[in-house]
Design a binder for this molecule. Structure first.
Ligand SMILES: [Zn+2]
Length: 69
């Protein structure tokens, strides 16, 4: 397995959902695109409850929007 293939699995794919009372698959939603990074929220795919959040420091998305592409 290469490092690159492993990268995606570092993203949260399952988190404990307090509403389902068990670990559930989650989907990542982009909440905010900021000049210094993006803010994400993880939501349970079963009930839609927000089960966590994350902020990265990747300005790529913001610059993409600025370029209008
Ligand atoms: Zn749930």
């Amino acid at each position: 397995m290469s490092e690159n293939q492993q990268y995606d699995s570092l993203e949260a794919s399952e988190l404990f959902c307090p509403r389902c009372k068990r670990s559930q698959a989650v989907r990542r939603h982009l909440l905010l695109v900021l000049p210094n990074g993006n803010r994400y929220e993880y939501r349970c795919t079963a009930c839609g409850t927000s089960v966590g959040g994350k902020k990265d420091n990747d300005p790529t998305e913001f610059q993409t929007i600025l370029r209008g592409t």
